[in-house]
Write a protein that binds this ligand. Structure first.
Ligand SMILES: Cc1cc2nc3c(=O)[nH]c(=O)nc-3n(C[C@H](O)[C@H](O)[C@H](O)COP(=O)(O)O)c2cc1C
Length: 184
C-alpha cells in the first residue's frame, strides 16, 4: 500500500467487528515498529499483544467511560516504556517521543493489513498495569485497540463519536502549526 493511501486510510474508528489476528500479523506489526528511529538507537518501546479473551475482559474493567467500544476489539496492544530506556539530553526525555514513533509506524502497518488500530489514553493505568503484570517503574503510555471496521455503528457510541465515525475530526490549518525559517 502506498504510504499516502495508508496515511489517509488510517482512522481512529470505534465500530469494530471481530477479526482473527494471527501470530504472523503480530510479527508484521512488531517488525514495522522495530524499524522506527530512536535516540542513539535505544529502542525504548515495549508492546504486549493481548488476544486472550479472559485478559481482554479483565482489561475492559480498566477502561474509562466512553471507551466501551473497545469491548469489541479483537486485540489490545499495551504500549509501555520508561525514561531510563532512552536518552535524556538536558530537559529532553526522548522515551515517549520514540515510543510514539514506533507506535505510529505500527498503526500504519495495521492499516495496510486492513485493520483498525485505535490508540487511547482513557484507562486506569494502575489497574491495567496490575492486570498485565507491568512493573511499577514503567509507564503504560497507551493501548492500541485492534479490530476490523464494522458495517454497523457500535451501540455504545455517543453523538460526537458517531459523527467522528462518519467524518475525520477536523485538523488545524497548516498555518496554525508550521513556520518558515523562524518562529513567529
Ligand atoms: C494519545 C491519544 C489518546 C487518545 N485517547 C482516546 C480515548 O481514550 N478514546 C477514544 O475513543 N479515542 C482516543 N483517541 C483517538 C483520537 O480521538 C483520534 O485519533 C482523533 O480524534 C483524530 O481522529 P483520527 O485518528 O480518526 O484522524 C486518542 C488518540 C491519541 C493519539
Amino acid at each position: 500500500m502506498e504510504l499516502q493511501v495508508a496515511l489517509e486510510k488510517r482512522r481512529a474508528y470505534r465500530s469494530l467487528a471481530p477479526v482473527t489476528i494471527t501470530n504472523n500479523d503480530i510479527e508484521q506489526l512488531a517488525k514495522a515498529a522495530q524499524l522506527a528511529p530512536s535516540c542513539f538507537n535505544k529502542q525504548p518501546w515495549r508492546f504486549i499483544f493481548i488476544r486472550d479473551e479472559s485478559v481482554l475482559k479483565e482489561l475492559h474493567s480498566a477502561l474509562s467511560k466512553g471507551n466501551e467500544w473497545i469491548h469489541k476489539a479483537s486485540m489490545m496492544i499495551a504500549v509501555f516504556s520508561k525514561k531510563e530506556f532512552d536518552c535524556t539530553l538536558s530537559d529532553r526525555e526522548y522515551y515517549l517521543f520514540d515510543t510514539g514513533m514506533a507506535s505510529a509506524i505500527l498503526m500504519l502497518k495495521a492499516t495496510e493489513l486492513g485493520l483498525v488500530a485505535h490508540p487511547i489514553a482513557g484507562y486506569n493505568q494502575k489497574k491495567a498495569k496490575e492486570i498485565l503484570g507491568i512493573p511499577e517503574d514503567l509507564k503504560l503510555i497507551t493501548f492500541i485497540n485492534v479490530g476490523k471496521l464494522s458495517d454497523c455503528l457500535d451501540e455504545s457510541l455517543n453523538e460526537r463519536q458517531i459523527e467522528e465515525e462518519k467524518q475525520r475530526p477536523k485538523r488545524d490549518e497548516l498555518s496554525e502549526f508550521i513556520y518558515y525559517d523562524k518562529y513567529s
